[in-house]
Design a protein around this ligand. Structure first.
Ligand code: ATP
Length: 416
């Protein structure tokens, strides 16, 4: 099958020590739009500017219908690559070949004109994609319905909150007839429900045979929807392959791969960044010695401690438990809305009741966010085992079916 995207030896040079032009996508687009409207050209950089290669020697092929996650540290070149793929900026070297139309969604609100209403921006986006007005009209209601901004559809988008802006931008890109969808950090804004909606939508786009490239700092989200991942490290491809193995390498084998208890006494080696450092994580039976086995009848606690290094962060932590088939058993988080917190050590802990989980091997992924920004995202941080218990089997010892094994109130009585 011919690839949907074929990138050959892409490199991108920026000039430093000089006004490099726009620093954000929104600035870049409005500068480009402004230049187009006024007929002016941007000045070429003068002498004294320093070269900086944001990308170098990047080559890959993506097949139609593939969903590929792009991961990498801040500044690794992910957004630059997306800008090149969406033809917002040209590569300094190399080429990209496409089969199909690109519906691009870069940083919040790019492609939208701030003075125009939501409605006009939907039609403008369609026109940019080369669609007829009648075709856009066919999709209009589902776009508005998905975005949830119906009440504001005739308001200029410059009055939208960043969440509303992103909702509409994603809805447009995900519903117009595009063969290739490029999505940058859609999960950074928006509430949990909207994030789930976006992930589901990307999944169904992929099932329709359309190609998706998805950038996120949430490795858990990447793992949930992408079968393949590309890790960009300082402008070059450090790994490209099945998501689980690329992520395990990216997150560092010392961070993932399990164990029932993990400790990072050395702050410099602890998973995290300038905002947060994970210090320990564990799963343990409640009311038992540390390391005691957990069986299906027993309640157990999952906890992790971390240093919050950011004053006033609104920290929101979450845990995802998957079984050995990769099925998500549950996704848990605090019951209170996060409030501003001071710098210092914190602990997240939740208790899972006994008589709920089936026996088997489980993996725990953790994530911590500050108002939508992913600070920490580690798939498969811990692994643990829940053992069987002969209680209630009455002589039958086969494997109990099901993702869970709840002990229910059950009455069994003779009626006549
Ligand atoms: N217009 C520009 N002029 C000069 N340097 C730029 C420009 N745009 C990006 N860069 C630099 O290129 C490098 C790659 O940036 P890019 O935004 O592609 O990284 P990223 O992987 O998307 O990062 P993040 O995860 O923080 O969004 C960074 O060092 C950035 O500072």
């Amino acid at each position: 099958m011919l690839p949907a995207i074929e990138a050959r030896d892409i490199a991108k040079r920026y000039r430093l020590g000089h006004n490099a032009g726009a620093s954000t996508m929104a600035e870049l687009l409005s500068a480009t739009a402004g230049a187009m409207l006024s007929g002016k050209r941007r000045k070429a950089p003068g002498n004294g500017a320093q070269d900086f290669w944001a990308l170098n020697g990047v080559s890959f092929e993506i097949a139609p219908g593939e969903v590929v996650g792009l991961v990498g540290e801040n500044g690794a070149g992910k957004s630059t690559l997306l800008k090149i793929l969406s033809r917002i900026t040209p590569p300094t070297h190399g080429s990209v070949n496409y089969r199909g139309r690109i519906g691009s969604l870069l940083e919040v609100g790019t492609g939208f004109h701030p003075e125009l209403s939501g409605r006009d921006n939907v039609y403008l986006s369609g026109a940019i994609l080369g669609m007829h007005r009648a075709d856009v009209k066919r999709h209009f209601d589902e776009i508005i319905d998905f975005s949830g901004v119906e009440a504001f559809i005739d308001t200029p988008v410059k009055r939208y909150s960043s969440g509303m802006y992103m909702r509409l931008a994603f809805a447009v890109a995900a519903h117009l007839d595009t063969d290739i969808l490029l999505v940058d950090e859609v999960l950074a804004v928006g509430d949990y429900k909207f994030q789930q909606k976006c992930l589901n939508r990307m999944d169904s786009i992929a099932h329709d045979g359309r190609t998706v490239i998805f950038i996120s700092h949430s490795l858990i989200a990447i793992q949930a929807i992408c079968r393949r991942a590309i890790w960009l490290d300082r402008g070059t491809i450090a790994a490209d392959g099945p998501t689980a193995s690329v992520i395990a390498r990216y997150a560092g084998t010392e961070h993932t791969g399990g164990g029932i208890a993990r400790d990072w006494p050395d702050m410099d080696k602890a998973p995290g960044n300038a905002a947060i450092r994970l210090r320990n994580a564990r799963v343990e039976a409640v009311g038992a010695e540390p390391g005691a086995p957990i069986d299906v009848r027993q309640s157990f606690a999952m906890s992790f401690e971390y240093d919050n290094l950011r004053e006033g962060a609104h920290l929101n932590a979450g845990l995802v438990v998957t079984n050995e088939d990769g099925v998500v058993i549950f996704d848990a988080g605090p019951n209170e809305e996060p409030i501003a917190t001071a710098i210092g050590r914190r602990r997240e802990r939740c208790v899972v009741p006994g008589d709920l989980m089936n026996d088997g091997t489980y993996r725990v992924s953790v994530e911590v966010r500050d108002r939508g920004e992913v600070l920490l995202s580690i798939p498969d941080l811990l692994t643990f085992e829940i053992l069987d218990n002969p209680y209630g089997r009455f002589g039958w010892y086969g494997k109990w079916e099901g993702a869970v094994r709840p002990r229910l109130d059950w009455t069994s009585e003779k009626l006549t």
